[in-house]
Design a protein around this ligand. Structure first.
Ligand SMILES: Cc1ncc(COP(=O)(O)O)c(C=O)c1O
Length: 420
């Protein structure tokens, strides 16, 4: 890799006078927007906007076609066999809630009525979005919420997983990649283990989809969810992939227009398929932006993206490791880092010895370096690892070696200022 990112110029924010020499290292929170995506959304809003699935006139029919075509694009992007398995929503959070209350809750309720015990299994790294819905359901149906431990490398401990799954496990929900540790779980292997116990699987793909080709067919999960904005698309738009055989038994948990085939004042019949989970109006601009983001990544190509990110991730980790006061939350083994740098290191969470994380982030901000500080919506994970907060730096396509150098210089300055 040359030291500069070949794609930085695609992101207008870097040439904006409002953010001079921005060093953006918070892509795990949200990715910045390439001009292609912003233009597509602008174009749609200015020249093609109408409501989908509602009007009989051409403008509306074109939008309906856009949305339906988007399902195919997304399906292809994540290796699903058909657009029929794709449902649009507002993001990963909504996707998980939808599955929790439309798919898992009826199963739990049924077991509860029959007096059977139930448990739900998640892992220790989960984002609150993949914890709170399960807490609510566990409480409602007196189910046990079991938490799989993580290894020293920050991935799911598979031996512990096997111990926790049993005939009363109603679901296994886990993140493909942790938003704090940046480690990829071996999703295929995990789903295989769950399958042996007949446990349905939900994969939170929020942090995984932008870092390499996702293949839900190979993973063989029952559901996979992600957000457009962590993929260089707009906020407020997300995707739930599900095996279509599940859709029939699922009842929509949010109700409204566009999802019914027949309604009277006492009852309603729902349409079949993924649309059943999309009440109200589609976020068409978001869907248009998502499709454009997918096409943008496609044009760059996964091998080029991965090559860039791997070199960068390795440089980030190596540079940070050289700081004597750097305390990473998890220390990736040198062997693992060398073998699969991206799989271990596009996101790093750390502390500086004797300096509060918020002070570090504020001092970095004064040098136009954007990182996140806090628990990153993974409070229990931080607690497990014995800390309350960390600084998180996460990489995107637009980053290059100079961003890492700026971060290291900024950290050094912050450390000297706070401890000198
Ligand atoms: C692993 C993970 N899951 C879920 C979410 C929630 O995503 P959203 O806010 O787009 O719904 C995030 C956001 O940071 C995340 O990193």
């Amino acid at each position: 890799m040359t030291s500069a990112s070949p794609w930085k110029q695609d992101f207008p924010i870097f040439s904006s006078h409002a953010h001079p020499s921005l060093c953006y290292l918070d892509s795990a929170a949200t990715c910045l927007t390439p001009k292609h995506v912003a233009d597509a959304v602008y174009h749609y809003q200015c020249y093609s906007h109408a409501n989908s699935h509602k009007g009989l006139y051409q403008l509306s029919a074109n939008v309906t076609e856009k949305v339906e075509h988007a399902r195919e694009t997304v399906a292809d992007f994540i290796g699903a066999t058909s657009g029929a398995s794709i449902s649009f929503n507002s993001g990963t959070t909504e996707g998980i809630n939808l599955i929790a209350f439309s798919f898992v809750e009826p199963i739990l309720s049924d077991a509860y009525k029959k007096g059977k015990p139930s448990n739900l299994v998640i892992s220790a790294v989960e984002h609150h979005a993949n914890l709170l819905p399960w807490q609510r359901l566990a409480e409602r149906y007196q189910a046990e919420l079991r938490v799989v431990k993580i290894t020293d490398e920050g991935i799911m401990d598979l031996a512990h997983l096997s111990q926790l799954l049993d005939n009363n496990t109603r679901v296994l929900a886990f993140s493909h990649c942790s938003n704090v540790l940046g480690r990829f779980n071996p999703a295929e292997q995990i789903c295989r283990i769950a399958k042996r116990h007949h446990v349905p699987t939900i994969v939170d793909g929020a942090q995984a989809v932008a870092h390499g080709k996702t293949n839900v067919s190979a993973i063989d999960c029952d559901f996979y969810v992600f957000s457009a904005h962590k993929l260089y698309g707009p906020t407020g738009c997300g995707v739930m992939y599900g095996k279509t055989e599940h859709f029939e038994q699922m009842r929509p948990y949010q109700l409204g227009g566009g999802i019914v085939s027949k309604v009277n004042f006492t009852e309603s019949d729902f349409v079949a398929g993924a649309t059943k989970f999309e009440p109200g109006s589609h976020h068409v601009a978001g869907i248009v932006g998502l499709v454009e983001a997918i096409e943008y990544l496609h044009d760059i190509s996964w091998p080029d993206i991965q090559q860039h990110m791997e070199k960068l991730a390795l440089y980030l980790n190596t540079s940070l490791n050289e700081l004597p006061y750097y305390q990473p939350l998890i220390v990736p083994s040198a062997k693992r880092l060398a073998a699969q740098p991206t799989e271990v290191a596009s996101i790093v969470s750390f502390r500086l010895k004797n300096v509060h994380c918020h002070d570090v982030a504020s001092l970095l901000d004064s040098n136009n370096i954007a990182v996140r500080a806090g628990h990153h919506c993974a409070q229990p994970l931080h607690e497990t690892l014995g800390v309350t907060a960390t600084v998180r730096a996460s990489l995107g396509l637009y980053n290059d070696f100079s961003d890492v150098d700026k971060l290291v210089a900024g950290l050094d300055q912050a450390y000297q200022l706070m401890t000198g």
